[in-house]
Design a protein around this ligand. Structure first.
Ligand code: AVI
Length: 342
């Protein structure tokens, strides 16, 4: 009992936001959990496996875009304008820029750009930002070994906090990369709020490149979230396992099924975990219990697919204008470069 109590206190202190969000989501009607919590250690490993799946076309499509358009991207990213600050003139005459990546992961895709930029003699610094220190340290060590000449600095910070630090440090052009269709995991309102905040954290000459997964054959999209080998099912189920591990939950994973859907009209791929029976789940570390009716769903993820008109609208509503779209050969995916419009 005492041990349970101590464990409870420790867990709450370690991750109070997680505990609060899970309690709020399971108390809501309909029940929902945020997909941001998929990525504990096991979840991050499962996501690496997903990116290798035959059905998960997203990563390969974006890799193709970066490989095919790396020279054009460099041309766009290098600043051409002089600005008034004297200290910056030296840097700008050398076309210096800082390439900042949100959530770089293992850096597999960005390495295509880094290698090309170095070979082309570009003058830039690569700054990956991640809240996970382990992921970041692993990436920086790997990059230093692979590219000894690369100027790089990892920042273990919340995205906007890191951007504000960088903005106050120097006026050199910043190019922010938000790749991997991560924007698709936001609702429309969240995406507009995120992009507006991002624009406000940048200077007018800075750039943003976002990876959007595009609308395509609905069967192909659905298969990407329902792979034959069941890795995506495991990935989703792991959220319940994480709640068991961190909040003392007693979710019986056999009492839930993974159920992905895709609506070709809204472009929303949604994933649910559906309770196969009436059951009560207890979270002992936070002293809470939740009842599930038979076939009651928990909404766990949205992965939004875009068309160009919707991207245009999103940019406009967040105060950006589109400079260029870079597509893969099948037009499955697009990396869009944006600049502030205000
Ligand atoms: C990280 N994010 C863009 C992935 C996606 O496609 O929405 C996460 C994912 N969920 C299931 N498979 C992959």
């Amino acid at each position: 009992m005492l041990i349970a109590l101590m464990e409870s206190t420790r867990t709450q202190i370690l991750n109070p936001t997680f505990a609060q969000d899970i309690l709020t989501g399971l108390s809501a009607s309909p029940k929902r959990l945020s997909s941001q919590y998929f990525y504990d250690e096991r979840g991050s490993r499962l996501f690496q496996d997903i990116m290798q799946l035959e059905e998960y076309y997203l990563t390969r499509s974006e890799y193709e875009i970066l490989s095919a358009h790396k020279a054009a991207m460099l041309h766009l990213f290098q600043p051409k304008k002089l600005i008034s600050n004297r200290e910056e003139i030296q840097a700008l005459t050398e076309n210096f820029f800082e390439m900042i990546e949100f959530g770089a992961g293992d850096g597999m895709k960005v390495k295509v750009l880094l290698q090309h930029f170095l070979e082309a003699g570009a003058h830039f610094k690569y700054i990956p930002i991640d809240i996970s220190g382990d992921a970041l340290n692993g990436l920086i060590t790997d990059l230093q070994e692979t590219f000894p000449d690369l100027e790089t600095e990892g920042m273990q910070e919340e995205y906007f906090k890191a951007l504000n630090i960088l903005k106050s440090r120097s006026e050199v052009r910043k190019v922010v990369l938000f790749l991997g269709a991560n924007i698709g995991n936001f609702s429309e309102t969240e995406a507009i709020r995120f992009l507006t905040h991002l624009r406000e954290s940048l200077r007018p000459d800075d750039l943003l490149m976002i990876g959007f997964d595009l609308k395509k054959d609905p069967n192909q999209i659905l298969a990407a979230y329902n792979d034959a080998s069941g890795v995506t099912r495991e990935f989703n189920m792991n959220l319940l396992q994480r709640i068991n591990n961190e909040l003392g939950g007693d979710f019986d994973l056999n009492g839930f099924v993974h159920y992905p859907t895709y609506d070709p009209q809204s472009g929303e791929a949604r994933s649910y975990l559906v309770s196969t029976q009436a059951q009560t789940v207890r979270l002992s570390h936070v002293n809470a219990a939740f009842h599930f009716q038979a076939w009651e769903p928990i909404h766990v993820e949205i992965s939004r697919k875009y068309d160009l008109a919707t991207i245009e609208r999103l940019a406009e509503k967040s105060g950006f204008r589109i400079l260029q779209h870079f597509f893969d050969s099948r037009h499955f995916f697009v990396d869009t470069v944006l600049m502030s419009n205000v």
